[in-house]
Design a protein around this ligand. Structure first.
Ligand SMILES: *Cc1c(COP(=O)(O)O)cnc(C)c1O
Length: 375
């Protein structure tokens, strides 16, 4: 493929694949509602377009981190049920109510702020309660469960949902999963009849015990690997092609890139890509003679990154392509069907989540497909 945009790379987002991933997860969690986590600009794919496609696929419940993200979903999907994971900070209640957003309340002060507003307006505005069962981040602490229950019982207030979050779900056999499941059971017993939610993507794939009334997949929707050590069943959503600017010759003994960290051990053909760490290609994907880095798919072969990745440029060794060398302007695949987000992440010592959410570069973004079922 030849790139023509003035913006550098072409980031293609397959909304059809996103929708198929949602439906596939919805099948696995049959019996529970399948929400869609669209925080961080829908893991870099674009919150408005992703939310619309997910809604067309059947999603009605959305999770975001911030109220601003909630407003973006609200604009894209007027009838969405939107939970805001950051919860409530002082003074924000009016915004939530105006935009019909549900805070995920995770402390006594957040709860009081919300209940004050409910009393003031004489209306039981919906909210979810988040309990910490072992990750030690946001959440009511376990010993607050009885206090929370007493407080709302007195008012006759009931939450929409009680939830918690797993720390080690990417390792299904980790004992912490069972521990958190048991602790979540003890929280739920304080709130009989209230819908419950525990599972992220990995929890959803770990088993029915974790599903309860709602599952909250994020990464799996976007094609990422949720569970370590298993074949990833999801379809890739993101494809990124970046331009090859130049194909040059390098000679044995010469070095490549800043710091001269890679020296050529043969006469080589080097493709220079218009793509660097400013575009989300982490410097940790650089390749030295001691340690291989990321790879890029060109003309049917995976070609290694050599030398340090710089701000706007990356060099790959295309010697193995023989006479079939790429032309300037041709696209090199950095993410897609031939080199996945998780393979790239593994090479750079990070996770697919970080690869996706770093795609803020100088791309021409295109969307293909939509969320509708094929006829
Ligand atoms: C981000 C997040 C999710 C989604 O997690 P994935 O691992 O991407 O599926 C679910 N629940 C909460 C509370 C989160 O913060």
């Amino acid at each position: 493929m030849t790139l023509t945009s003035g913006l550098g790379g072409q980031l293609s987002i397959d909304l059809g694949a996103l929708a198929r991933n949602w439906r596939a997860l919805d099948k696995v969690s049959a019996g529970a509602l399948t929400a869609a986590v669209v925080k961080a600009d829908a893991y870099g794919t674009g919150i408005e377009m992703a939310s619309k496609a997910l809604h067309a696929a059947g999603a009605r419940f959305f999770f975001v981190a911030t109220p601003d993200e909630g407003m973006a979903v609200r604009a894209a999907v007027p009838d969405a049920h939107i939970f805001v994971l950051y919860g409530l900070y002082p003074g924000a209640a009016n915004l939530y109510i105006r935009q019909n957003l549900m805070p995920v309340l995770s402390s006594m002060s957040m709860l009081e702020e919300w209940l004050d507003k409910c009393i003031e307006r004489n209306e039981a505005y919906p909210a979810a309660f988040h309990f910490d069962t072992g990750i030690n981040r946001l959440g009511f602490r376990l010993n607050e469960a009885a206090q929370v229950r007493e407080r709302i019982e007195k008012l006759g207030y009931a939450p929409q949902m009680v939830m918690s979050h797993l720390a080690c779900a990417d390792q299904p056999s980790h004992e912490k999963n069972r521990t958190q499941l048991a602790l979540f059971g003890s929280v739920m017993s304080q709130f009989p009849g209230i819908p419950a939610s525990l599972a992220n993507s990995a929890g959803l794939m770990t088993g029915r015990d974790y599903h309860f009334q709602m599952v909250r997949p994020g990464i799996a929707l976007y094609g990422g690997r949720a569970v370590n050590g298993r074949k990833n069943p999801m379809q890739p959503v993101v494809t990124l092609h970046v331009p090859i600017l130049q194909v040059a010759e390098g000679r044995t003994g010469e070095s490549v890139g800043y710091g001269a960290t890679y020296s050529l051990n043969r006469n080589s053909k080097l493709a220079v890509l218009g793509y660097g760490y400013a575009d989300g290609f982490f410097r940790s994907l650089s390749g030295t003679n001691q340690r291989p880095g990321g790879k890029v798919f060109i003309r049917g072969k995976l070609c290694p990154v050599i030398g340090k990745i710089s701000m706007d440029l990356t060099v790959v060794d295309v010697t193995e392509l023989g006479p079939d060398l790429p032309n300037p302007g041709e696209g090199a695949e950095v993410l897609g069907a031939n080199i996945g987000i998780d393979e790239q992440a593994d090479a750079g010592g990070t996770i697919g989540y970080e690869i996706l959410t770093s795609l803020k570069g100088r791309y021409n973004r295109i969307y293909v497909g939509d969320g509708r079922l094929p006829d």
